[in-house]
Design a protein around this ligand. Sequence first.
Ligand code: SF4
Length: 400
Amino acid sequence: METRSHIDVTRKRRRARAIYNIEKVPQLPLGDRVRLKEVTEKYPFRVTDYYLSLIDFNDPNDPLRRLVIPHDRELLSAGELDPCREDTVTVRKGVQHKYESTVLLLVNEVCASFCRYCFRKRLFMNDNDEAVYDIRPGIEYIRHHPEVNNVLLTGGDPMILPTPRLEKILSALDQIDHVRIIRIGTKMPAFNPFRFINDDYLIEVLSKYSLPNRRIYIMCHFDHPRELTAEATEAVDRLLQAGVVCVNQNPIIRGVSDDPQVMATLWNELSYMGVPQYYVFQCRPTAGNEVYAVPIVEAYHKIEEAKKYCSGLSKRLKYGMSHESGKIEVYGVDHRRIYLKYHRAKHKVDEQRMIVCERNDQAAWLDQLRPVDGYRNEYYRSTYDQQRGYDIRSDGGPYS
Ligand code: SF4
C-alpha cells in the first residue's frame, strides 16, 4: 500500500492552518457544505489545511475524509456524550483517577482537527468547561497520592498548548518523586506535524523532562497509513531524538481503520518508525458515533487477520474496550462465546478478571453482551442484571 500522501505539495509545506467552518472547505461541493453545516452545529468541526491536503476528494469513501468530514448519520446516532461516565472518576475539575497508579489531567479542550468519532467530543461543545487551566489542584492531588506513578496529559490535545505552558506542567510533575511516567496523548503528528518540526524549544523541553529513570511517553494516534507522510515521519523522529518513548493507539472505525490490510500496513510502518502499536480500541458508543462503530466479533476477526501480515514487533497490541468498569481486552471469540479480560479495572476486585459472554455478532459494546453464569461482576450486577431482571442469587460461579 502507498503510505505517502498522493499530493506532493504537502512535502513543501512548513505550517498548518486550522479551518473551523465546513463552508470554508473548498474541496467539498457546495451542496455538501450546506447540508453538513447542520451536523457541525451539533458536533463541532475543525480540520487543518494540511490534513485536508491528504484527502482524495474524488473518492467519496476516502478514509481520511471520513475521519474529519461529518457524516449525516451522526445526527441519527443515539448515545450519551459521556457513556463511560468519566464524571464518576473525576476527583477534581479536570482530574480523573480511575486506575490506582494512573491519574489523567484534562489540560485543554481542543485538538488540531476533530475526529468525527471522538469519545470526548463533549469537550468541544460550547457549554463544556471540564478542562483545567489551573493545574495546581491536580498537582496537589497527585502529590498526596503516592500510589500514582504515571500521569496522562490529555484533553483535547495537550500538544496544541504553547510550549511554555506545557513546560510548566511537565516541570510541576517533575517535582513529584513518585511520578515516574508522564504520558501525553496526541494526534498532532497526524494533524499538524509541523508543531514538532518547527519548534526546537518543544523538543528541548521534552528532552529535559524525559530522563533515564522517568520517561515521557507520547501516545500517538495514527489511524491510517496515509497519515504517515514524510512530515509525520520527521515529526516522530524528532520526538524519538528527544528521548521520549512513542507508541500508537487508535480506535477501529468503520471505513477508516477496519480493513485488515490497512491495519497491517499501519502497524508495520509504525514499527519501522519506532512507534509500536499499543492498543486498538473499540469505538466508544458516544453520541453521534454509531455510524463509525464496528461490532466486536467482526473487529476481533479483522484484527486477527491483520496480525497474519505482521512481525512480532508490530503486533504487540491489545484490542479492547475502554469501558466504564475498566479497560477490557477482547481475548478471543469462538462459535459460542466471546472471551474478555480486564486489563485495568475500576474496582480492584476485577483486576485481570475474565468475563465470558454469549457470542453476539451485532454487539459493539460490553453492555450489549450477556455474560454466561459464573462470569458476572459487579458491573453486570448493578446494571445489566437489574435492567433485565436477571436473578443474581442463582449465580454461584467462581467470581460471584
Ligand atoms: S485526537 Fe483524540 S481527543 Fe482529539 S478529536 Fe481525535 S479522538 Fe478526540
